[in-house]
Design a protein. Structure first.
Length: 333
């Protein structure tokens, strides 16, 4: 028998199959499966496609799955979980099944043990945690209005504000002005700001949605304004880690804080230093770890735990390495 793990996001869906000893048997991928973005039917089709590709490569069918874990973006409320549970019933997977927000599979993929805290900062931001007893908590992950601040989108907003403040004289000059003008093809700050204000006031268009790489570039070049932006983001994310730890009663424990998402792909010392300082104000024994393995490795580990056998010491890093190599192989072909 085997276990199936699925990690489904807005852009892609990854699936992996392993035997009950944790040996990787196959992987697969498909398009996005966040039902809020692609719709329920398309989400189910992507989950089925990625799962079948992984099962086919392992020489198995859906009826040979002893346990399956689906870590999916877009599971924000109990009604989302109920809807998706009903929909998954029609796919014919046998055995035990667990449906979780995708933050929890990223957490498991990056932790040496089944508990800790994860912060995901990409197009959105969310924080989640699990304590040693298995109790779980997560933030809403719905943006600044709902208390979630620290995404690439928030970095972009602060960058535009810095350019506007420099232009109007409310703030200091910054190399972000020249960098963002060059990125957008505008010759002046006035042209850049006018273009954004008329085209997309919420910075959602593809050409301006993610300015985080520019902010990172300016910070590394010594720009103090860009540095302050990343420090502000780091402080906010660190405070959120402390909040999660408090809700789970983990303030005095040693635990890993897994960092995932686009904002951490290029590690920045100012961002990470402030994040760590913020977290340790509440949880002094917390330590940071940037996630390098595909989150679907965490879905497999949770599925193994769901199936019943004890996950052996040393299995998690080995499985993460195997999944990383296998996913690189299928994405490069």
């Amino acid at each position: 028998m085997a276990v199936l793990g699925v990690d489904g996001g807005g852009r892609k869906t990854h699936a992996a199959v392993a035997d009950l000893d944790g040996t990787l048997l196959g992987v697969g991928q498909a398009g996005g499966s966040n039902w809020e973005i692609v719709g329920l039917d398309a989400a189910l089709a992507a989950i089925a496609e990625a799962s079948d590709r992984a099962l086919d490569s392992a020489g198995l069918g859906r009826g040979r799955v002893d346990a399956a874990v689906f870590g999916l973006a877009g599971l924000d409320w109990p009604s989302d979980e109920a809807q998706m549970e009903d929909a998954l019933d029609g796919l014919g997977f046998e055995g035990h099944r667990r449906l979780v927000n995708d933050a929890f599979v990223a957490l498991r993929a990056g932790c040496p043990q089944p508990w800790g805290v994860v912060v995901i900062a990409g197009t959105g931001t969310i924080a989640a945690g699990r304590d040693p007893a298995g109790n779980e908590y997560r933030t809403l992950g719905l943006g600044r209005v709902y208390g979630d601040f620290g995404s690439e989108f928030d970095v972009s907003e602060l960058a535009v504000r810095a350019v506007a403040d420099s232009y109007t004289g409310r703030g200091p000059s910054t190399m972000l002005t020249d960098l963002l003008c060059a990125r957008s093809g505008e010759a002046t700050a006035e042209g850049f700001l006018e273009r954004i204000s008329r085209a997309d006031t919420r910075l959602r268009s593809p050409e301006v949605a993610n300015m985080a790489p520019v902010v990172l570039e300016a910070t590394e070049a010594g720009d103090l304004v860009a540095r302050q932006i990343l420090e502000e983001i780091g402080q906010a994310l660190g405070t959120t880690v402390g909040h999660v730890a408090t809700r789970l009663g983990m303030e005095d424990l040693e635990f890993t804080v897994v960092l995932a998402g686009g904002l951490f792909r290029t590690p920045n010392r100012y961002l990470l230093d402030q994040l760590e300082l913020g977290a340790r104000r509440t949880a002094p024994h917390a330590s940071l770890s940037i996630l390098t393995a595909p989150p679907v490795a965490g879905a497999i580990l949770i599925a193994l735990e769901l199936a019943g056998p004890e996950v052996r010491a040393g299995l998690a890093p080995r499985l993460a390495g195997d999944v990383t190599r296998a996913m690189k192989d299928i994405t490069s072909t």
